[in-house]
Design a protein. Structure first.
Lengths: 201, 201
DNA sequence: TGTACATCAGTGAACGCGCGTTCACTGATGTAC
DNA sequence: TGTACATCAGTGAACGCGCGTTCACTGATGTAC
């Protein structure tokens, strides 16, 4: 017997979650297109998403939370990309090299976003997930007799640092190119990974 | 015979250049202390320097020029630090390792500033100057029979990428440390450089 | 030597702008009775 | 079936703030005569 009508919460959940992810997508698009994560603003994201600025508050407490969601999604994308590249190869060395290529390609294709991911949180749990993939595949290489690493954990860290350096670097400008000469970066990446992971020649 | 007084420009140059470098110093201090280069503002720099905002316009056209001056000074500092560390060693391998330590230490000690230096200009001429030092010392190692590198130019690039990766990475947080275990970074840096520069064991 | 003045480093007030955030609201939708 | 109403996604106006930049100015200093 309920005299006072119990407020059963009806959840005619309409576009609730839809808008949330639209906001995150808009933020990602903005960072990727402007190439400048530092100019991210709540109003700018709302504009990009085609909504009014206050609408964001229904889904996020403030700009910081939107940024956190953008980072989480970006780490998911990076991890998924590396993972699927690795799984496409059966040979452990090929798998390691594919991981490195996928990782670095993400950095090159989404420069501002990649930098943003590591700007504040250098070594967050999300980043460690990728590191773990690298560690596992190097261990595989050792088991298969393809690597002479005596410390796969530390060497995975080195590979990760190297990939990170590659991912962060930009194309040389014309003047630098003149002084540096052509550098075949995919080939250099492979060379770097082979040395750091102690892959046997 | 000069009827109209020729305006000979008297140059009682007072603190002109002094203020200019005070402004740059204030900007550097601000980046280093706040750890956030994206919040650099003309008014903030003026506040830090103890002058009014419009005073900056006597020395710089706009905020962009101040930032350029900050970057130029910072590259000078990085280069000087690496150079003097190298010159303190006579053995070429020791010199290479000292260069790497000095480089990475700069990145760790001035995180936000280091990132700022490579945020927009990844591979600017100023950055290439440091690269050239590394290339020269690796060439020395090869000459001395201490490195088996067959391509010192490309290998110097790899070392540079590796140093850059190390310099950019942050300390792991507690949770990451638990999963990563302790990683002796100075020792890992040395290991990385030795492998990339093909230093003989 | 004294005095008028050009030079120049630096200031304070003001502007328009985009920002984050708040507030009261609107209008569609689905349920209760 | 019709009608009242609770729910809820989203809006428009407004606020105070720090920003970059401009403008007319101030006051010290060193030189011309």
């Amino acid at each position: 017997m309920q005299s006072t009508p119990v407020p059963r919460h009806r959840n005619p959940r309409g576009s609730g979650d839809q808008l949330r992810s639209s906001i995150v997508d808009a933020g990602i698009q903005l960072v990727d297109e402007t190439g400048d994560a530092s100019r991210l603003s709540l109003r700018g994201i709302a504009r990009q998403a085609g909504i009014s600025a206050p609408s964001i508050y229904a889904h996020f407490a403030d700009l910081g939370e939107v940024v956190d969601a953008i980072l989480a999604t970006s780490f998911d994308q990076l991890l998924a990309s590396v993972r699927s590249a690795m799984q496409a190869e059966t040979d452990p060395v090929d798998s390691l090299l594919a991981a490195a290529r996928a990782y670095v390609t993400f950095g090159w294709d989404h420069r501002a976003r990649y930098r943003m991911m590591f700007a504040t949180t250098g070594f967050a749990p999300d980043a460690v997930a990728t590191f773990s993939l690298v560690e596992a595949v190097i261990t595989n290489c050792v088991s298969a007799g393809r690597s002479s690493s005596e410390d796969p954990h530390a060497d995975a860290f080195l590979v990760w640092v190297g990939m990170h350096g590659m991912a962060t670097l930009e194309k040389p400008d014309r003047e630098s190119l003149r002084r540096l000469g052509p550098l075949d970066r995919p080939q250099l990446l492979e060379r770097m990974v082979r040395r750091l992971a102690k892959i046997r020649p």
